[in-house]
Design a protein around this ligand. Structure first.
Ligand code: AMP
Ligand code: MG
Length: 356
């Protein structure tokens, strides 16, 4: 299949001033979705792989394009709050309050599903995941695509979610009708998922909208224990049980006081080098100069965790070009945005943590 690449310029991304050619291309992309095709596009979290959520054939194609197990449900993206009533069987008052506080934005709500949503889209579940994103390109495409766009992250299953179009092209070229290139995304981690079908509401996947921010609106909020803990109970978001984000080298998280972390990484790196192996480190600005691994990748600044969230997936992908056998990463606090960062990093490392 020939994949069309649609590029959106800065004015469209910053001020929603789309050129006539861009507007036409987005209308064409919307039409592709309406007739059952697939279009990858930027959102404020990561790039999504979009298809018509109310068309079972489109959902089947999404699973096939990603190589994703079909019991892993898709999030339905909408463009107007009132559209939620067609896909949710019930919209509790808490959902309205969350929407007022965080939509448009990086929050997904789990609600009872309406009959109109095909089981293919919800992986056979009786609940549905809904989000109203803020990215101007995503919003237009949802509108032009019929109003209900299922869009999981636009990566091959198991790989890090794409934060730039280059990685979408790498994974999806030839598998989808079009890819909209809208530059680098802003947040870099997938949406927070909160389940409103249980009491108290429960966070199934941490994200940019933190536990604290949700608690301020909901009063009480629980966290699925599987979010941070390895093994144990099965996570309640089916997708969270799969190995995710894995780079090709073996990733190890090293936890401890900064000087000790660097000393540990450097001694292991020396051993690996003696055995003829290349190694890498994932380093914050604060520690960047201290590692003697063959490759050192900058992930961001501890004082501004948003930089770490934005760079994490790209750094994991970049290591695939480095032929390193071991990658050592610093660890982050599990508070605030750190909860989402550590959740993704732990999955990428298969929960391999060394304490020094
Ligand atoms: P992705 O679209 O790649 O960000 O993945 C979507 C995530 O949402 C996966 O982890 C799914 O398991 C989760 N999800 C989608 N729908 C539901 C649902 N109805 N109940 C629980 N989790 C869901
Ligand atoms: Mg994903």
């Amino acid at each position: 299949m020939e994949t069309e690449i649609i590029r959106i310029g800065r004015a469209g991304l910053d001020r929603e001033e789309f050129t006539e050619a861009e507007e036409k291309a987005l209308l064409r992309a919307g039409e592709i979705i309406r007739v059952g095709g697939l279009v990858a596009f930027p959102t404020e979290t990561v790039y999504g792989l979009g298809g018509d959520a109310l068309n079972p054939g489109s959902s089947r194609r999404i699973y096939a394009a990603k190589g994703r197990p079909s019991d892993n449900p898709l999030i339905i993206h909408i463009d107007r709050f009132e559209d939620i009533y067609r896909i949710a069987g019930q919209v509790p008052e808490a959902a309205v309050r969350l929407a007022e506080a965080f939509w448009p934005g990086p929050l997904t709500m789990i609600l009872p599903k309406a009959p109109e949503v095909p089981p293919e889209t919800t992986g056979g579940l009786e609940t549905v995941a809904v989000r109203l994103p803020s990215h101007p390109v995503a919003r237009r495409l949802i509108r032009y695509g019929g109003g209900y766009v299922a869009a999981p992250s636009a990566n091959l299953s198991g790989r890090p979610s794409p934060t730039v179009a280059r990685y979408v092209i790498e994974d999806m070229q030839g598998r989808v009708e079009a890819i909209v290139d809208g530059g680098e995304v802003g947040i870099g981690l997938e949406s927070t998922i909160v389940d409103l079908t249980v009491n108290p509401p429960q966070i199934l996947r941490p994200g940019y909208v933190t536990e604290k921010k949700l608690a301020a609106v909901l009063g009480q909020v629980a966290v699925d224990p599987a979010v941070i803990a390895p093994g144990g109970e099965a996570p309640r978001a089916p997708g969270m049980k799969y190995r995710h984000y894995a780079p090709r080298g073996e990733l190890v998280i090293v936890e401890g006081e900064p000087g000790k972390v660097a000393a540990y990484v450097n001694s292991r790196a020396a051993e690996e080098r003696a055995a003829g192996h290349r190694t890498g480190a994932i380093a914050t600005k604060e520690m960047h100069g201290q590692y003697g691994t063959d490759v050192v990748k900058y992930i961001g600044n501890r004082e501004d965790e948003e930089t770490i969230a934005r760079n994490l997936f790209a750094v994991l992908r970049e290591f695939d070009d480095e032929e390193v056998v071991k990658i050592y990463s610093e660890s982050f606090s599990s508070e605030g945005l750190g909860q989402a960062i550590m959740n993704r990093l732990l999955k990428a490392a298969g929960h391999h943590v060394v304490r020094v």
